[in-house]
Design a protein around this ligand. Sequence first.
Ligand SMILES: Nc1ncnc2c1ncn2[C@@H]1O[C@H](COP(=O)(O)OP(=O)(O)O)[C@@H](O)[C@H]1O
Ligand SMILES: [Mg+2]
Length: 233
Amino acid sequence: MKQLTKTVTLEHKQLTILKPIDLVVNAGETLAIVGSSGSGKTTLLSLLAGLDLPSSGEVYLKKQALHKLDEEQRSQIRAEHIGFIFQQFLLINSLTALENVMLPAELANKANAKELALTLLNDVGLADRCEHFPNQLSGGEQQRVAIARAFISQPDVLFADEPTGNLDSNTGQHITNLLFNLNKQYGTTLVLVTHDQKLAQRCHKQIEMADGHLIAEQNNLTPLTSVDKAVKL
Ligand SMILES: Nc1ncnc2c1ncn2[C@@H]1O[C@H](COP(=O)(O)OP(=O)(O)O)[C@@H](O)[C@H]1O
Ligand SMILES: [Mg+2]
């Protein structure tokens, strides 16, 4: 992203929630976005993922200029290249775990949607929960379904907004390991918003936001994850 900003209008007043930001995330890299509540992390993530449009500046995904595309064109790019794990999981309550995970692949007319979904549910340790509905799953299990769903399109980039924010520390640790394993296994770029310092330190790069500014950028010399052995599905 180049000189990216976001201004919203609230009660007839202009409120700038992202001040000009420059940022590069390389393919296969893991990036943690940290910063206090209200600093602009979720806004930044939505712009990077093409869920929302900037007020000014440029944002590219795989050389495509997201800021020049309309919602339909961006949604096409999201379907092809992006996975998003929302803080509130956003599973569909009337669908089973298996059906929730299959959905993006079915919408993309993939013939092997069910097979892929079963493999991913197995990867996240939920092989025996496929027929459960979201309200029959614990918070950690729902989060794992959301991760499997985000991975089924084999995204080039996975965005996750506080993926461990609502989980106890054991479950959070488990989810974190899953994300990094999936990054290793499939070479997926990870962009994570987190309050968890341990999680942030596992990433190749960390940026810190404060009051809409990017105030610090740090490369972790020995992240615990590696993309050396990355293979694509
Ligand atoms: N659509 C919006 N309208 C008005 N204010 C917003 C909107 N979205 C976010 N904000 C404000 O922008 C700031 C940054 O929000 P957010 O990106 O959600 O922060 P974070 O994820 O770091 O907690 C907050 O002060 C929030 O209240
Ligand atoms: Mg947020």
